[in-house]
Design a protein around this ligand. Structure first.
Ligand code: GLN
Length: 535
């Protein structure tokens, strides 16, 4: 039977609880244990798929097509394993399933209540992951003290009652602010947050302190005393430049040893193996060169909206010992006249996914510039759709060609909805989601990158390339280099006689990992380095 680690957060949100959880996962995995990670989100939406990127940041998509919290992206990247819809649950999903059972009559005669019915459902979802692993690590979203988080905290409190003492461990991440005027670290917010947890009945075993710089010993001692934990269980989570350094910082302070001791994992724990990870971090901190790349989209004010794209760029660039200087280009402010000025100092541009009409014409102008000026370009999902529209309009002469998403009445609907997607009323979970195979042309840039004939990548979109226009587009030189054969759908387009002009209907950013960058990102970064060298 597996052991359970629960990670909660206190004081404020956005302390990096997801990254801390992912780091703990990596540390245990690097000691030979099988781990899995799970996140509970206390909001009522069934999943984040219907939320605006401005509200929620990126929606991360799993192989099985679940639209999940972006922390799952961190989990996959750190632990290097693909997760499923069972690894991210929301209040909405928990209530949904309890209510469904009630309607079926499964609790006939009973009154359905938060305790025990909702908390039982939560515990079932935790234990569901326990059979094939040594440790299940569950992160509770939100901050201790939020009303909506209470059922989750109550459920994890009960876990300690029901499991053996050395099978359950609680880790609490808090903020230890530094007050400039008095020049000292303040432990009071941590004390209060732990007090709140203890009122609920949870005594944390380990406290992770988010702090700007290293904490003085007296501050740590104070936290230990007031929060009722041993001194060595107060661990610093110092601000770092590169998130991938966090597991190394935790390991230096013995976090893995502490967990192994407390959960009695000695028998299965092996010596830590973090050399590859360390090498990655060293490369990322000491790059040999730097290039400037652009990301052109409409959610540029909230960088979290492009989390996986940013990480995928970092992975590929670090592998090439290169630092990337990212420039954010608001697609709405780009047009034919200012393209040169916007792009001339860059080595390449990515147009990531997006929804709706705003900024589309800017993206199309930008792509014309990349095509004509032979500048490296990688288009993701809507990036492919805009590239097809641009080519249809400006190379094939199909004036006003468009996607029916942006102009339902266009004469040339080069991007459109397949009959299966037309008239769909329900928005949540109804896109083409999750992993699908694409067959690659052997004589293509895509094949050169992947070195494989069949690749699997993840999707999240409704619209597709309209096959009615494929022969017109190919005759003029657009190469459809990847196809989803069962439905004959275009997955990748590219141009010949161009250093790197490639766009995908899928999202390659979701499968990139620090030690295994996605091949298309690697290809793009290599082309950008070459372009920067020549210009
Ligand atoms: N809005 C487009 C579609 O639904 C593209 C989606 C995306 O970029 N993820 O097909």
């Amino acid at each position: 039977m597996a052991k359970f680690i629960f990670v909660t957060g206190g004081v404020v949100s956005s302390l990096g609880k997801g990254i801390a959880t992912a780091s703990i996962g990596l540390l245990l995995k690097s000691r030979g244990m099988k781990v899995t990670l799970q996140k509970f989100d206390p909001y009522i939406n069934v999943d984040p798929g219907t939320m605006s990127p401005f509200q929620h940041g990126e929606v991360f998509v799993t192989d099985d097509g679940a639209e999940t919290d972006l922390d799952l992206g961190h989990y996959e990247r750190f632990v290097n394993e693909s997760l499923t819809r069972n690894h991210n649950l929301t209040t909405g999903q928990i209530y949904n399933s309890v209510i469904e059972k009630e309607r079926k009559g499964e609790f006939l005669g009973g009154t359905i209540q938060v305790v025990p019915h909702i908390t039982n459902e939560i515990k079932t979802r935790i234990r569901k992951l326990a059979n094939k692993v040594d440790v299940v690590i569950t992160e509770i979203g939100g901050t201790v003290g939020d009303i909506e988080g209470l059922p989750f905290l109550e459920a994890i409190r009960q876990m300690a009652l029901e499991e053996k003492k050395d099978d359950v461990l609680y880790i609490h991440l808090t903020l230890v602010p530094f007050i400039e005027t008095s020049f000292e670290y303040k432990t009071k917010p941590t004390q209060h947050s732990v007090k709140e947890l203890r009122e609920i009945g949870i005594q944390p075993d380990i406290i992770l302190c988010r702090t700007r710089l290293s904490l003085p010993q007296d501050a740590k001692d104070k936290i230990a005393l007031f929060c009722n934990v041993p001194k060595q269980a107060v661990i610093e989570a110092i601000d770092v430049q590169d998130i991938y350094e966090i597991p190394l910082i935790f390991a230096q302070q013995g976090l893995d040893k502490l967990i192994i001791k407390r959960l009695n994992l000695h028998k299965i724990a092996k010596p830590p193996k973090l050399d590859q990870w360390q090498k990655y971090v060293d490369n990322s901190k000491n790059p040999g060169q730097e290039i400037s790349l652009g990301i052109c989209g409409k959610y540029t004010k909230l960088r979290d909206a492009y989390k996986s794209v940013i990480e995928a760029i970092k992975h590929a660039a670090t592998q090439q010992k290169t630092r990337v200087n990212l420039h954010w280009l608001e697609s709405e402010s780009i047009n034919f006249h200012n393209s040169k000025q916007q792009f001339s100092n860059l080595a390449g541009v990515i147009i990531p996914g997006g929804f709706g009409m705003r900024g589309i014409e800017g993206k199309i102008s930008a792509i014309k510039y990349f095509r004509e000026n032979k500048m490296p370009f990688l288009g993701l999902c809507i990036g492919l759709q805009c590239a097809v529209i641009e080519f249809a309009r400006n190379v094939c002469g199909l004036k006003d060609a468009n996607s029916t998403e942006f102009n339902p009445k266009t004469r040339y609907p080069v991007i459109y909805l397949l009959p299966a997607q037309r008239g769909k009323r329900q928005k949540g979970g109804t896109m083409r989601l999750g992993k699908y195979p694409a067959s690659l042309n052997k004589d293509s840039l895509a094949y050169q990158c992947y070195q494989k004939e069949i690749i699997w990548e993840r999707h999240r979109h409704r619209y597709e390339v309209n096959n009615r226009f494929v022969s017109t587009l190919t005759k003029k030189g657009l190469v459809m280099s990847g196809i989803y054969k069962p439905e004959n759908l275009v997955e990748i387009i590219e141009l010949k006689n161009h250093p790197f002009f490639l766009a995908t209907q899928f999202h390659p950013e979701f499968t990139s990992r620090p030690l295994q960058p996605n091949p298309l990102f690697t290809g793009f970064i290599k082309a950008a380095i070459e372009y920067a060298r020549k210009t």
